[in-house]
Design a protein around this ligand. Structure first.
Ligand SMILES: C[S@@+](CC[C@H](N)C(=O)[O-])C[C@H]1O[C@@H](n2cnc3c(N)ncnc32)[C@H](O)[C@@H]1O
Length: 246
């Protein structure tokens, strides 16, 4: 069983100004003078470059999802997603994220290290994912340590598409109660494998008293520390994969 995820990175929600959506196309960067490798240094520092713990997870997910178009709300500058997924739409309301999508060194690093053929396609929208206007039909949605992404963004996922969700901010347990989704995998951090066996999936989001977690218990999880919630789960993991079934 993996330990509960304790985010060590600072949350960058504060001091950000919301602006209307603006797409940037990595394939045709316009302002070449502003490009520098400062962003690549930060990307390596924050997410450890190719040592990013999410990379094996993304690879495992892609084996199942085979996603072409991916939506990543609350992405920060976590561009490692583009090493595995060929077309990623990144959303963040932190204006410090935008320059990463214009940075030549970052683009080169992605081109050199990506796991798929063809060019990497990336769009960045500097906006609030709670009020996103997109046409939808994405193959994969990612929610990682950015609050409850599922409520405003699940509608952008096509039926049959996959949803990779962390439970850092209790979004995974929120999705577990959403009838549109079925759990198809839980990530074993030690083995770096997605576990898909029914017997293990049946333990997820189950209390030690044998009931599925309730909506009330999800709300309690957000407010109280683990030791004083009045319930325990049979297993708690960092990352889960769901499929949208309706
Ligand atoms: C803790 S960071 C996590 C970043 C990345 N997903 C990861 O796992 O490392 C949360 C990010 O979500 C962004 N964020 C939070 N709420 C948001 C919202 N409503 N709209 C857009 N971005 C948001 C923040 O600006 C921040 O960059």
């Amino acid at each position: 069983m993996s330990p509960r995820l304790k985010e060590k990175r600072p949350c960058l929600h504060r001091a950000v100004k919301k602006k209307p959506a603006k797409a940037m196309d990595l394939r045709r960067p316009k302002d070449t003078k502003r490009m520098s490798s400062g962003c690549l240094t930060k990307l390596h520092k924050t997410y450890k470059g190719l040592e990013d713990i999410h990379l094996p997870l993304f690879k495992e997910v892609q084996k199942i999802a085979k996603a072409k178009c991916v939506l990543y709300p609350g992405s920060h500058w976590h561009l490692q997603a583009s090493l595995v997924f060929p077309n990623v739409t990144y959303i963040d309301y932190n204006k410090a994220v935008a320059p990463f999508f214009q940075d030549a060194a970052v683009q080169n690093w992605i081109s050199e290290n990506k796991n798929y053929g063809g060019s990497a396609k990336m769009q960045f929208y500097h906006t609030d994912f709670d009020h996103l206007k997109l046409s939808g039909g994405y193959d994969l949605l990612i929610s990682m340590s950015a609050g409850i992404v599922s409520k405003p963004c699940a509608r952008f996922l096509r039926i049959g598409g996959h949803f990779l969700v962390s439970d850092a901010h209790f979004d995974a347990r929120t999705v577990a109660l959403d009838k549109r989704f079925s759990l198809v995998g839980v990530y074993d951090m030690t083995r770096e494998k997605l576990v898909t066996s029914k017997d293990q999936l049946n333990l997820c989001f189950m209390t030690t008293t044998g009931q599925k977690i309730s909506a009330e218990q999800v709300e309690i999880s957000k407010k109280k520390p683990k030791g004083s919630r009045g319930f325990k789960l049979k297993r708690e993991d960092w990352f889960y994969l769901f499929r949208r079934i309706s």
